[in-house]
Design a binder for this molecule. Structure first.
Ligand code: ADP
Length: 899
């Protein structure tokens, strides 16, 4: 029987409360058995024995009838009757019974729940106090016991209550551990199940996309041919059905991804105008086919560039607009967009999709966002749909931190409103956006290839014969020479002896997949295509692939099934222009860019980037195409982007009013976004940061670079324009095709030959940045002391102190710096300054001319982030030191430096 009882309490199929009831009640029964010898009279012992039997019966009946709570309540009542009886008959608080009162409390807590537990708990307390009070005021009601028996009873009870409570807790502990283990196991199983489900969905999607690719591709080729209207009609129907099938697969895949938490929101900078154009182009023709009017109202003040998940925003709006067209039989469909500024660089955008269609019944509105739920089935029977669209839309909006709402009047129409907050990338307003200016008329368009490139040579790598055939046929009009490879190995073999202008690479291939093949291609010791642009051509859907292929270093990404227009657009943007003859007869192809995930610009091999604090003249920046990641400047009024949102003069005025302003390095996410964006235009990035011990920019950039395979971060070891000099040389080398290793090596060596020292006019900013104490600042101010800051091993150190007024200090600094003219590379000098008038600048220039004239002198006004560190009136002479090695190491053979 004990074995059976053990089996029951360890059986996790029985509910936890049920098992708890059994354990606690049995422990209680053992307690009663142990109290029995304490009974001072036969009646007392009899009452205990009857209670024991009654308890056994209650347990049995309540378990059988599944009325655990009732059973536990009955037993509690029994205990509440029994304990006072035993208390008074065994000798009151001179007996061992008071210890057993504790058991009553434990019983109530562990077996009852909710309000019932609270009531009985209070009853227990009240009864205990009452018993003690009665025993105190009416001692004659309590049976007398000897001191010996009192001691014995009390000691016995304490040991027994301790023992039983420990056993009880041990049991409970074990039970909880088992439950925990079980739930861990279940969680693992669920995760595995989810993984399997996900895998199933993505492989199903992949497997279905491959034949659809063939169907859509070959169908397009049929449509291009000279065919009868009947055949064309059939082909168009096939096209429509395949596209619908594709939507279904995409929706199912999206839903499974959202469910498993694998859906990622990828924020990128995008042009609002381009986004609306694409949406308009996808919807207006559908509306017109149904005889509906399509209207668009876009707030002209919306910024022209925002940062958000462009792909998902498009997916949301297209879904809502498609529904609006689908559920409207006459009238119009309107897309309205308006925005409201939330912060300096953030806007809240409202997208409203309004239709004059059938509307949704009030009682059905709460259900329209449920997956697989189609409301008003009777009416919608002949309208295609799965009930997945709005569920996906709602979840995507929530993932982006936005809101969606719906207003609908049955039979009159509906309005779906989506609200999303986004960062502003470009302040410039979009201006008037009209349908006429954006919608492209594709009706009756006869296919014409957009370009011809008979001298171009491309390679298509795919293990599927049909795919190879479809892509080759779709491109046949362009007259490009096409080679095909059926595996990664074959691709590597072909590229050893042939140069291709572009490679289209399937991802999922047996033995060596597309990504492995891509890296093998890049690392091929003897090969002619290490640098050739490679476009991933894949049946794996989803916007997360965008990031994957971008990170791996691909030049672009095309999702299957891919249309001829799209293929042409992608290849056109990559082929060298001299090989391409544009077809003027062909109408500008209206490519649905949601399939072409990232712009296939012709990508440079290496792009040198830096932070805004590198302080180079904008003319040099644009000449060398050096993108900068802006620092932040924080003031009491908020955080501003260096120079973009806050100019140095504004900041200096702000500081002059006695207020604060200090610079902040971009955060890891800022760098990640910056790198991802710049990698669309280059295969590799070299990012040069400010001296690593002066700002956390270097650490943040390094952290962000870990997410990319092809980003190298270098510590310039300098500040301001001296760091700019290094950036300039690196950019120059990159432009002249130096390798990544050569540039990295050169930059590292060059650090030693740069002179960067600044005279600080006002030490207030240094104190604010915590570099000097208040006392030192006061001392400097009163004695007119001006520290000269230098960079040593990437650290900012005080290289000297100058004393006196501006002229005296400037003269002493310039003379000291330019004393050894033989060691100075006189070709370029930057005079970097902040908050200084022309007279003073002229004075410095004259001093330079007097001591060591340079071929070219750039006066560079510091950015607000730099000004926030050095304060007004500070300046520095930044130049290179002469060294035979230094001159040659960044000199690309046969080239002169261009500045
Ligand atoms: P479906 O594939 O059925 O269109 P959705 O999730 O997109 O699935 O929409 C769910 C339901 O919401 C639809 O079945 C339809 O009844 C209703 N619905 C959605 N949009 C509209 C609309 N613009 N007008 C009327 N009813 C709509």
């Amino acid at each position: 029987m004990i074995k059976k009882w053990f089996e029951i309490i360890t059986d996790h199929r029985i509910s936890l409360r049920d098992r708890m009831f059994r354990i606690v009640t049995v422990t209680c029964m053992v307690a009663l058995l142990l109290i029995m010898p304490m009974g001072r009279s036969v009646w007392n012992i009899l009452a205990l024995a009857v209670s024991l039997v009654a308890m056994g019966l209650i347990v049995k009946v309540s378990i059988k009838k599944e009325r655990i709570q009732t059973g536990a309540t009955a037993i509690t009542l029994l205990l509440l009757l029994l304990f006072p009886l035993s208390f008074f008959s065994a000798g009151g608080f001179y007996s061992g019974v008071p210890e057993w009162f504790v058991f009553c409390f434990i019983y109530v807590c562990l077996t009852l729940k909710g309000r019932r537990m609270a009531v009985f708990f209070v009853l227990c307390i009240a009864e205990t106090l009452l018993c003690y009070a009665v025993a105190f005021y009416f001692p004659e009601l309590t049976a007398q016991s000897t001191q010996q028996s009192s001691f014995f009873d009390s000691a016995f009870s304490v040991v027994m209550v301790g023992f039983l409570t420990s056993i009880l807790l041990m049991f409970l502990n074990q039970m909880y551990e088992k439950e925990n283990e079980l739930s861990r196991q279940q969680k693992k199983e669920i995760e595995e199940l989810n993984r399997a489900e996900n895998h199933f969905f993505s492989s199903m999607s992949h497997e279905i996309r491959t034949p659809i690719n063939t169907i859509i591709g070959l169908n397009e080729i049929i449509l291009r041919g000279d065919i009868s209207e009947e055949v064309a009609e059939n082909a168009r129907n096939i096209q429509g059905a395949s596209k619908l099938l594709l939507t279904l697969i995409n929706d199912t895949l999206d839903l499974s991804k959202i469910k498993s938490g694998k859906m990622e929101i990828v924020n990128v900078s995008y042009e609002t105008g381009a986004l609306f154009s694409e949406i308009v182009n996808m919807i207006w023709i559908k509306a017109r086919e149904k005889g509906l009017e399509f209207k668009i109202n876009v707030d002209p003040s919306i910024p022209s560039m925002l940062c958000g998940d462009e792909v998902r925003i498009k997916q949301i709006l297209i879904n809502l607009l498609n529904n609006a067209v689908k559920y409207t039989s006459e009238g119009s469909v309107t897309l309205s967009v308006r925005c409201e500024r939330q912060a300096l660089n953030r806007v809240r955008v409202w997208y409203a999709v309004e239709d004059t269609g059938q509307g949704v019944k009030k009682e059905n509105i709460p259900y329209i966002f449920n997956a697989f739920r189609r409301v008003d089935e009777e009416r919608n029977r002949y309208i295609e749909g799965t009930g997945l669209g709005l569920s996906i839309v709602q979840q995507l909006v929530e993932m982006m931190g936005g809101e969606i709402s719906v207003n609908s009047v049955y039979t009159k129409g509906s309005t779906f409103i989506v609200q999303l907050d986004q960062d502003i990338v470009e302040e410039k307003e979009l201006g008037t956006f009209t349908l006429a200016s954006r919608a492209k008329n594709r009706e009756g368009e006869q296919y014409k290839q957009s370009f011809e490139a008979p001298d171009a040579h491309i390679l298509i790598v795919d293990d599927n014969d049909m795919n190879l055939m479809v892509v080759s046929k779709l491109l046949s009009g362009t007259k490009i020479q096409i080679d095909t490879a059926k595996s990664g190995a074959e691709c590597l073999k072909l590229t050893q002896n042939h140069h291709y202008d572009c490679i289209l690479m399937d991802h999922m291939m047996p033995e060596m997949n597309g990504i492995e093949c891509f890296h093998a291609l890049r690392a091929q010791p003897v090969g002619l295509c290490q640098e050739v642009p490679v476009i991933a051509l894949t049946a794996n859907a989803g916007s997360d692939n965008q990031l994957l292929y971008r990170k791996e270093g691909f030049s672009g990404y095309l999702a299957k099934p891919v249309s001829g227009a799209l293929l042409e657009a992608a290849i056109l943007s990559i082929l060298p222009q001299e090989l391409v003859h544009l077809n003027k007869e062909a109408s500008q192809s209206d490519v649905e860019k949601d399939i072409l995930i990232f712009e296939q610009a012709k990508r440079r091999s290496i792009l040198v980037t830096t932070d805004s604090v590198c302080d180079l003249p904008s003319s040099l920046m644009s000449k060398f195409g050096i993108p900068v990641c802006p620092y932040y400047v924080r003031t009491e009024a908020g955080r501003f982007l260096d120079e973009q949102e806050l100019k140095a003069d504004e900041l200096l005025m702000h500081i002059a009013e006695g207020r604060e302003g200090y610079s902040q390095a971009p955060e890891v996410e800022d760098y990640e976004r910056f790198f991802a964006e710049k990698l669309t235009g280059a295969q590799n990035l070299i990012h040069i940061t400010m001296a690593k011990h002066v700002s956390v920019g270097y650490q943040n950039a390094c952290e962000a670079a870990k997410s990319f395979e092809n980003v190298t971060v270098i510590d310039s070891g300098h500040l301001s324009s001296s760091m700019g000099l290094i950036v300039l040389c690196a950019a120059y080398m990159a432009e002249h095709h130096a390798t990544k290793e050569d540039i990295t090596e050169s930059v590292k060596r060059m650090k030693r030959f740069i002179s960067s020292a600044f005279v600080i006019n006002d030490t207030h900013m240094l104190r604010q940045a915590g570099r000097i104490s208040k006392q030192i600042q006061v001392l400097c101010d009163s004695l007119l002391l001006h520290p000269v800051l230098k960079l040593r091993k990437s650290k900012l150190v005080v290289g000297g102190i100058k004393m006196g007024g501006f002229r005296r200090v400037a003269k002493s600094y310039v003379r000291q710096l330019l004393l050894d003219t033989r060691n100075i590379d006189r070709r370029i000098l930057f005079i970097t300054y902040s908050g200084m008038d022309e007279k003073k600048l002229k004075y410095i220039q004259d001093l330079v001319q007097q001591y060591c004239p340079f071929e070219r002198v750039y006066l560079q006004k510091s950015t607000s982030a730099i000004a926030s560190n050095c304060g007004p009136g500070s300046f520095g002479l930044l130049f290179m030191k002469r060294d035979d090695d230094a001159i040659s190491f960044f000199q690309v053979p046969g080239q002169d430096r261009a500045w």
